[in-house]
Design a protein around this ligand. Structure first.
Ligand code: AMP
Ligand code: MN
Ligand code: MN
Length: 318
């Protein structure tokens, strides 16, 4: 696919991603936005997204993101990136569906091709990697490369998850050639933590529980604790990755309360368990080694349900 060809006849184009945007979502949507701003100056292009975390403030034109929906707007084309289903285009799904043509670029195995035109590569590291292949290389400038590199490092955990391929590295290398500040991008958007974030991370680790002979680990953060520290879910990124690093652990589970008795659950595995399969049972999704879902219940009730599904997979594998 060539995105300029797909948008050839369009005059108004919308761009969006998934609810609670992560690094790949911000990187891929802003990458396309910056690309179109320079290469289609005639276009009325608008980006709709929930507010990204402050660690992404270095992304060019990030302040042009619109957080309010506009249901009266009819776009000629609307591109959604890094989003596996319509219900995750929150709160812009209606706006997206109003468009004359819808396009989806994604890498979630659970994606069911819900747009008019779909480019879904489940084996690829990130949607930013997918986006890169739809752009003319010579038209990619430093700003676009900054966005794409951001998406890649976030979804590969800085090139270490199993989704990282030779192509991923080649594209990252091409982005480096555009003169991006790659060390700063990694430090400031991926590793940097505020004092409060470190405190909550410490608390989550302190209160984590090992189970199944140390093969699984979980931790949770209640609304009460989030209110105490004055943070939202955006400040809790990285906790599940740290849990996953625990020696001997195969599956890490982290959850935080998003509403009264409702939790956002993150799952990570090292080598054996397919967490996308587990997330799918709860209407969530993701990838084999990183997936998530939202669910109502109590922490222990949810852990018991996930534990049973892990056990089921272990039985099938043995
Ligand atoms: P997270 O644990 O939120 O970092 O998500 C890990 C991976 O699973 C990311 O690629 C997410 O896009 C995906 N994911 C998380 N929650 C959901 C969900 N409810 N539905 C589909 N995919 C999800
Ligand atoms: Mn994402
Ligand atoms: Mn992604």
């Amino acid at each position: 696919m060539n995105i300029l060809d797909e948008l050839k006849d369009a005059k108004i184009v919308g761009i969006t991603g998934h609810v609670r945007p992560d690094g790949d979502c911000v990187g891929s949507t802003m990458g396309l936005y910056n690309f179109l701003k320079v290469n289609r100056p005639d276009l009325d292009v608008r980006i709709f997204l929930q507010k990204p975390g402050d660690e992404f403030n270095y992304i060019p034109r990030i302040d042009e993101i619109r957080q309010e929906t506009d249901i009266n707007l009819v776009c000629d084309a609307f591109v959604v990136l890094d989003c596996s289903s319509l219900d995750r285009i929150e709160p812009f799904a209606e706006l997206f569906c109003n468009a004359k043509k819808t396009i989806c670029l994604d890498h979630h195995i659970s994606n069911k091709d819900f747009a008019d035109v779909n480019l879904v590569e489940p084996d690829w590291s990130s949607t930013s990697e997918v986006l890169y292949t739809t752009l003319d290389e010579e038209k990619i400038d430093k700003d676009v490369a900054t966005c794409i590199y951001t998406g890649i490092i976030h979804d590969t955990g800085v090139f270490k998850y199993s989704c990282t391929s030779k192509q991923t590295m080649a594209i990252a290398g091409k982005c480096m050639e555009k003169g991006i500040d790659y060390s700063d991008i990694i430090d400031n958007s991926f590793y940097a933590k505020t004092y409060i974030q470190n405190q909550i991370l410490g608390r989550a680790l302190l209160e984590s529980v090992l189970f199944y002979d140390g093969k699984c680990i979980f931790s949770s953060i209640s609304r009460e604790i989030m209110d105490f520290y004055g943070v939202d879910g955006k400040s809790l990124g990285g906790i599940v990755e740290q849990l996953r690093l625990t020696e001997g652990v195969e599956v890490a589970i982290f959850m935080y309360e998003i509403g009264e008795g409702e939790y956002k659950v993150s799952l990570r595995s090292k080598k054996i368990i397919d967490v996308a399969k587990i997330a799918a049972k709860f209407d969530g999704g993701g990838h084999v080694r990183a997936a998530g879902f939202s669910i109502k219940g109590t922490v222990h009730g949810i852990i018991n349900q996930i534990g049973a599904l892990i056990e089921e997979q272990v039985k099938q594998l043995s």
